[in-house]
Design a protein around this ligand. Structure first.
Ligand code: EPU
Length: 438
């Protein structure tokens, strides 16, 4: 059987201008937030990635009518006829973000059933923070085979304290609290830009939400929320990946729609490596001019505004060729270094010790056949392939297709040679409006 793969050829320095797609990690939760409303909403700047197609399928199975205009990156959803509250295990296994339907379904219908998500390659990823806090709000959970069933007559507003600022738990609770009468307070909330984009759309729907220092979100419940028209934020993780691709290749790249203030610590580390970063205050746009003598830097991944875990793997690829020894500590996931072994196959010198990685810079990388182990690992290997001698073949590319909308084409537009074989093979979307598939 033909195995899908990405072929990356050694490229010249990447030069030019490239624009970002909408943010995967904002759009998925924003799509589930529509379950809080009844009526027709429009979401713009939607990336055509496999996770988005999976979320469309999830919404359609609940009775939402969805039409995705891929050309214009616009998604139309009508939530007037939701008639199912069960998220089946096939969808849950394909995409853990399905758990983000729980809060909206409980808030609007008082009932939700979902298959329990298993662990994944980057860690065990439990959902205990979601469940504990929903229980505090009055939800009763029971197990029905592989399904978890949540029921509640009326959610109670509460003061909730997260022991860790989980992005998903914060999003799920905020969504549920918008339709919960009284004041819900979330202390130690995640405030990632994607969470703020969710809060933005919820406010447009009519929700009453305030952000207070330190890391606190206050939600005053309302009776109903209205459909909306929303432009999803651009993908800061795609921005980081493109900057790293230019950096490793010794190039000069400009991303007009990238928000520098979403990437402060990451940009600081690029500067510490010796690259020049040019931004303007309060105006989108990031330019990177690469140094030809990149230096080792050390960092640890942290919740926002720290160094994002989702850029750890691509950064490791760039540091594999930097002069000196870099120490990377992964604090968000317990097992997010699987890409190190693949980079080592290409000639990198990376030693893993628990949650720390020591990256000793080497002079060159060699093209090889390597395996993508998760979404961001796939991107790291593409970045490494840009400077590896000969050709790099990356297998297991469903991860790449889950997370990015034509990142290969964006790289090629600034001089790379990346070919995704058998692409695109995204699942068909049957428009619920009876139109032809787009
Ligand atoms: N955690 C728990 N219990 C919970 C929830 C989280 O122990 O109930 C742990 C997780 O196991 C993990 C840590 O807390 O070790 C952080 O998890 P978090 O809940 O913050 O992450 P998430 O909501 O599951 C989102 C992104 C991830 C991104 C993280 C951190 C989406 C769809 N996913 O996941 O994105 O890494 O936040 O920023 O928004 C990716 O895009 O490749 C990706 C994995």
């Amino acid at each position: 059987m033909f195995e899908e793969s990405i072929l990356v050829e050694k490229s010249l320095p990447l030069n030019g201008e490239v624009n970002l797609s909408g943010a995967k990690n904002a759009v998925l939760v924003i799509m589930t937030s529509l379950l809080l409303t009844s009526g027709k909403s429009i979401l713009r700047n939607i990336p055509a990635s496999e996770d988005v197609f999976c979320m469309i399928e999830l919404l359609q199975k609940l009775g939402v009518e969805v039409n995705f205009d891929i050309i214009n990156k616009t998604l139309y959803a009508d939530t007037s006829h939701i008639n199912n509250f069960k998220i089946d295990s096939t969808i849950m296994k394909r995409m853990r973000a399905s758990v983000l339907a729980l809060g909206p379904l409980l808030a609007r219908f008082g009932y939700a059933s979902l298959a329990m998500p298993g662990g994944c390659s980057i860690g065990t990823r439990p959902i205990n923070f979601h469940l504990t806090n929903f229980k505090k709000m009055g939800v009763e959970f029971s197990q029905d085979g592989e399904y978890l069933v949540g029921k509640v007559n009326k959610l109670n507003a509460k003061k909730l304290i997260l022991e860790y600022p989980s992005v998903g738990a914060t999003e799920n609770i905020v969504m549920a609290a918008t339709l919960t009468m009284g004041k819900t307070t979330i202390i130690n909330a995640a405030l990632e830009p994607e969470v703020l984009d969710l809060i933005d759309i919820l406010k447009k729907m009519g929700a009453n939400i305030s952000i207070l220092a330190p890391a606190t979100i206050e939600i005053e419940g309302v009776q109903t929320l209205s459909p909306v028209d929303h432009f999803v934020m651009c993908d800061r993780l795609e921005a980081g990946s493109l900057l790293l691709a230019a950096a490793i290749s010794g190039g000069d790249i400009y991303i007009p729609n990238a928000q520098a203030n979403y990437l402060d610590v990451f940009l600081l580390k690029l500067e510490d490596m010796g690259h020049t970063i040019i931004t303007q205050e309060n105006i989108p746009g990031i330019r990177l001019i690469a140094t030809n003598k990149p230096q080792a830097v050390s960092f640890k991944t942290m919740p926002y505004p720290g160094f994002p875990t989702d850029l750890q793997a691509p950064m490791m690829a760039a540091l594999a060729l930097a002069e000196g020894v870099s120490e990377i500590e992964e604090t968000v996931y317990e097992n997010r270094f699987l890409h190190a072994a693949e980079l080592n196959k290409m000639g990198a010198n990376i030693q893993i010790n628990g949650t720390k990685a020591l990256v000793t810079g080497v002079k060159e990388l060699n093209g090889m056949s390597v395996n993508a182990t998760d979404i961001r690992a796939s991107c790291a290997l593409v970045i490494a392939g840009l400077v590896a001698s000969g050709q790099t073949t990356i297998k297991n590319i469903h991860h790449f297709k889950r997370g990015y909308d034509e990142l290969d084409k964006k790289l090629n537009s600034v001089g790379a040679k990346v070919t995704v074989n058998n692409y695109p093979s995204i699942p068909h979307v049957v428009s619920s409006y009876g139109q032809k598939e787009i």
